[in-house]
Design a protein around this ligand. Structure first.
Ligand code: SAM
Length: 508
């Protein structure tokens, strides 16, 4: 495959469904009792699903396929050639007058297929134009664009459209997509009060089928005016007959285990803070040091001699998860977002000279959050970063594993931005907080909200919705220390906006 072809394949999310898989999917749909009068495949490619649907649903009176690739359209046209009710046309999903197409498709309507698995960012970086005109799907704010939350799958946009087509109609949508996309589509439709009769996800092995290392599934949604369910059954394979789990929407929230959530919803509270992201600096080469025989060595292998009061022991995610002591140190040029690193010139001249001599590296730090800050700035820093005690958890690992973090040689330990932390004023506070967050009630509560197959299941947003006061009272641990911790969940630091930028979180 030439470079140009490979690029085009990515831009158009062009991973054709194997015929066997398309047939298995249609067989499953028949087993579940689906019997559509019309079938629409809006990105039909080489027609694997058209072919399988024509065999599985011989009673369908109208079958339509569309793709923007003329070569594929030709292949699909040959596949449907002997079916007078079927037609395939060349067209761009983003430009087709869908109302007209849909008005000719009788109920029950089945929208089927495998829309392109590619993100708007990937299309953009290829210089491609395979994007809807209006890409700001949820009216995302500028801050989300900065943190990557506005990145979305083209398939997600297409599937939202497909669900809109089905609103108020009798029909179904059956599509292969990333599991995270499937959840977002359901959340979107449940939030719109779409009249969904049932929803199911059947996991597929995307690596085996498409060579893609991603959690993927067949999403089947049935619609019927008058119905309104907000639960989705999850099956481990296309052949599973009983669901392994169920997720859903409760009080406008996507929950991984609705049954557990219904029991523990009293622990949920919006608007709490307390859990914060660790320090973000984006240059380990300059900011992070190892120590050899008492001498600091930076990531460039240089010996570094700077004031001791700007250097702190550092823990990364892997250290937190494995309960290790700090093996590295980090330069903290300012202790809050109100302080400026420029003060270092007076406060710690050696550190200032050190940073100045590496400004070529630091000025190139990629993230746009540095652009509006003085040179050498870091993020995720505040009084909470330098408390002697804290409870920490890794945001990289898929485990609810908390650690007590105390001082190291009399110095507070700093956590990096792959970790979350809750600051404590004393060891006693740290002990109480640790006991609370590792209680089985807390674990059950968070587990009811966590989708473990998402990229970063543990986020500050998730940690912060657990109301420590409600938890402590239920566990009969409502002591003065617990009260202080609960109060800390409500106190905002002035640099809250900067913290928000660090939480690269999504629904997924
Ligand atoms: C993942 S492939 C799946 C093809 C087919 N549905 C299947 O299951 O084998 C995605 C298809 O979407 C088509 N496609 C991508 N962008 C499109 C657009 N804007 N309009 C119509 N088709 C598009 C590609 O040409 C490709 O055939």
């Amino acid at each position: 495959m030439s470079m140009g072809q490979a690029k085009q394949k990515v831009e158009f999310g062009d991973f054709q469904t194997p015929s066997r898989l398309a047939r298995e999917v249609c067989r499953l749909l028949v087993h579940t009792g689906l019997s559509p009068s019309s079938i629409l495949e809006p990105t039909c490619g080489k027609g694997a699903f058209l072919d399988a649907s024509l065999h599985a649903f011989p009673n369908a009176t109208t079958v339509r396929g569309l793709d923007r690739n003329p070569t594929y359209v030709q292949v699909s046209q040959e596949i449907v050639a002997n079916h007078p009710n079927a037609r395939v046309e060349c067209g761009d999903f983003f430009k087709v007058p869908w109302d007209r197409v849909l008005s000719n498709l009788p109920d029950p309507l089945l929208v089927i297929g495998n829309p392109p698995w590619v993100t708007n960012a990937a299309v953009g970086s290829l210089g491609g134009a395979n994007l809807p005109q209006k890409i700001n799907m949820d009216g995302l704010r500028g801050i989300d664009a900065l943190t990557g939350r506005s990145n979305f799958d083209i398939s997600e946009w297409m599937l939202r459209e497909s669900m809109r087509w089905l609103e108020g109609r009798v029909g179904a949508m059956a599509v292969l997509c990333k599991t995270t996309v499937a959840r977002k589509i359901l959340y979107f439709s449940w939030s719109r009060r779409t009249q969904i009769e049932s929803a199911a996800i059947y996991r597929i092995n995307a690596f085996q089928e498409f060579g893609a290392s991603v959690d993927a599934c067949l999403l089947v949604v049935r619609l019927n005016p008058g119905s309104r369910t907000t639960d989705c059954d999850v099956y481990e394979t296309l052949h599973s007959t009983t669901p392994s789990s169920r997720f859903g929407m409760r009080e406008g929230r996507l929950v991984a285990d609705p049954k557990a959530y219904d029991r523990l919803a009293f622990l949920y509270r919006d608007g709490l803070v307390g859990w914060r992201s660790g320090v973000k600096h984006d240059s380990s080469r300059v900011f992070v040091f190892s120590q050899k025989q008492g001498i600091l060595i930076n990531g460039l292998g240089e010996r570094v001699s700077i004031e001791a009061d700007v250097v702190f022991p550092l823990l990364k995610s892997s250290d937190v998860v494995h309960g290790r002591k700090p093996r590295k140190f980090v330069l903290i040029p300012h202790r809050s977002m109100e302080e400026s690193p420029l003060d270092l010139e007076r406060r710690a001249p050696l550190a200032w000279q050190y940073l100045l001599s590496h400004s070529d590296i630091l000025d190139k730090r990629g993230s746009s959050i540095y652009k509006k800050r003085p040179p050498f700035s870091i993020f995720g820093i505040g009084p909470y970063s330098l408390t002697a005690w804290k409870v920490a958890i890794s945001g990289l690992y898929k485990e609810l594993k908390f650690s007590k973090v105390g001082p190291c040689d009399g110095q507070p330990i700093v956590l990096d931005d792959t970790c979350y932390l809750f600051p404590c004023d004393s060891e006693a506070e740290c002990d109480v907080l640790y006991e609370l967050v590792t209680s089985s009630l807390a674990t059950e509560f968070w587990s009811s909200l966590i989708f473990w197959d998402s990229k970063r299941p543990i986020t500050a947003k998730l940690l912060n919705v657990l109301d420590l006061a409600a938890l402590a009272k239920t566990l009969d641990r409502w002591t003065p220390v617990a009260r202080r911790l609960a109060e800390r969940q409500m106190s905002r630091y002035s640099n809250q906006a900067h913290q928000m930028m660090l939480f690269q979180e999504s629904l997924g």
